[in-house]
Design a protein. Structure first.
Ligand code: AMP
Ligand code: MG
Length: 350
């Protein structure tokens, strides 16, 4: 068995590098948070040290609310709750209500109650003698999924109520997008300009020194150490999901980390990767893009494009005040994208 995860589960890395680029200065650093690397680049930083510290504090604060593996998190409180409402932070309430909305829009392809299946498959931190779960274990875990979550509250007081006390949630497909938006707002409020990359999500904030668009590289899902193209964006967040991010190879078959709630198995759509651009770098928009990238990877190209064209989706985008764009790389290597993406996407020659 060969295992590969994107993560060496160790320490917080704080690497700082100052690179000169013409008259502009570029300061890059890396943190480890939410079980993945968080890479930040600031152009001509206003106050790099203070911005780094503020970013690290905020990333840790969000992880402490949203992680399913931290006992004191909001997510652990929801998971151990019965049918009574669980008091949660605004951040958790936004992630859960975004997850619920994307669940409805995607007919259940995105479902944070898939946690029992995610834990059963254990792709993120597989053991040395990992093997796929047995069919009856999958059926038992599926029986625990699919519960409903009601989010109520406003102005600082929020709660989540489960329809089934066995329901457990995993915000792994939405929390990093939320955090991407939150951290980008934090940097923008400090007058910083740059971009950050957080486990498959990239957010840009402020402006590049020369006023040009930011280039966001799109990984080649068939060779993730290289890029297959780039998106030129002036604002927003790009979230990408793919089977290449975390997986286990076992007896010649690849098992990745995105579960199709309808089958209980790693999804098998026609996509190698699903990329979502949202025009705004806010926590709400980032959460939506992140959840959508996971959902579209499960749905496949055709159903995702139908979603994009639906009135419900257009109304959702309007309610968020955002424009979305979809960029899919199919398993056969062909590209499918919305019109607004074809204007800003460039394929690299190989
Ligand atoms: P992402 O890398 O954003 O696509 O998120 C993948 C993560 O979301 C997985 O590692 C799981 O924690 C979780 N997850 C897996 N399948 C689903 C699903 N169908 N709906 C919601 N979350 C999922
Ligand atoms: Mg996601």
């Amino acid at each position: 068995m060969r295992t590969k995860t994107a993560i060496a589960a160790i320490i917080i890395l704080l690497i700082s590098a100052l690179v000169s680029c013409g008259s502009a200065t570029r300061d890059s650093f890396t943190l480890f948070s939410m079980d993945t690397f968080l890479d930040i680049t600031l152009w001509n930083p206003k106050n790099a040290e203070e911005s780094k510290t503020a970013c690290e504090t905020e990333a840790n604060r969000l992880e402490n609310l949203l992680s399913a593996t931290i006992d004191t998190s909001d997510v652990s409180a929801i998971n151990s709750a019965g049918l009574s409402p669980t008091a949660v932070s605004r951040e958790t309430a936004v992630c859960v209500s975004t997850a619920t909305k994307i669940n409805e829009l995607t007919s259940g392809a995105y479902d944070v109650t898939v946690a029992p299946l995610v834990n059963l498959w254990d792709i993120a931190h597989p053991s040395e003698n990992w093997a796929p779960p047995a069919d009856d274990e999958i059926v038992s875990a599926m029986a625990l999924c699919g519960g409903k979550l009601a989010v109520t509250g406003s102005d600082g007081s929020y709660s989540v109520t489960k329809s089934d006390e066995n329901t457990k949630i995993d915000l792994g497909g939405v929390g990093k997008g939320y955090a991407c938006g939150a951290l980008s707002e934090l940097f923008a409020s400090r007058g910083e300009n740059g971009f950050l990359s957080y486990g498959g999500n990239v957010a840009v904030f402020g402006k590049k020194p020369d006023g040009s668009a930011f280039s966001v590289g799109v990984k080649d899902p068939f060779d993730p150490s290289s890029l297959t193209g780039k998106l030129s964006i002036r604002s927003g967040i790009v979230a990408v999901s793919g089977g290449y991010e975390r997986y286990v190879d076992y007896n010649g078959k690849r098992y990745h980390h995105i579960i199709d709630p309808a089958t209980g198995y790693p999804s098998e759509s026609d996509l190698a990767s699903a990329g979502i651009w949202v025009s705004v770098s806010s926590p709400e928009a980032g959460a939506a893009a992140d959840a959508l990238s996971t959902a579209c990877f499960v749905l496949g190209a055709e159903k995702s494009m139908e979603l994009y064209d639906s009135e419900e989706f257009k109304n959702y985008a309007k309610s968020l005040g955002c424009e979305f764009g979809f960029l899919f790389i199919k398993a056969d290597g062909t590209l499918v994208m919305t019109d607004n993406i074809s204007e800003i996407y460039t394929t690299f020659e190989k």
